[in-house]
Ligand binder design. Sequence first.
Ligand code: CA
Length: 177
Amino acid sequence: MKEVIIIEDEKDIAELIELHLEDLDCEVKIFHNGKEGFEYALMNPFDLMILDINLPGMNGVDVCRQLRAEKVNSPILMLTARSEEIDKVLGLETGADDYLTKPFSVRELLARVKANLRRVEIDTQSDSSASVISYKGIVIDKKKRKVSLNNERIELTPKEFDLLYLLAANPGVTYDR
Ligand code: CA
């Protein structure tokens, strides 16, 4: 079951997305207020967020940037009402992974959702040896050799860390003992 958060104040659109995501076996949580959605997302690991830009409480650009600042690296698909907003999304380096311009077709939406759900994000930072893997609230920072779950530090031995990193960096790959 994939956890998906929808933050969209247009209730019809939110419900339409929810309906189709449930067909994909997703557990959907809807918020119509940016701030409420942000606060929930901060505390609850998710696999994908579908985020509108113009929202009451807190706009989508701020929601996205602040989640990234808090090291929440799950995929975020932004919904933009006008094509000019795409420039805003891209230009401000919000940390969004993808965007869709309204009105969008259901087919287009589902294709993007599936693509974003498939991927475990691997962020390669400026230092080529440094990478951060983030998945469902677990953040593994290779350079700092730190692991956290929902922003809480987890202590691991060096060997445990190396093993976790190897497995997390290679999803779907089987290793012998
Ligand atoms: Ca809106």
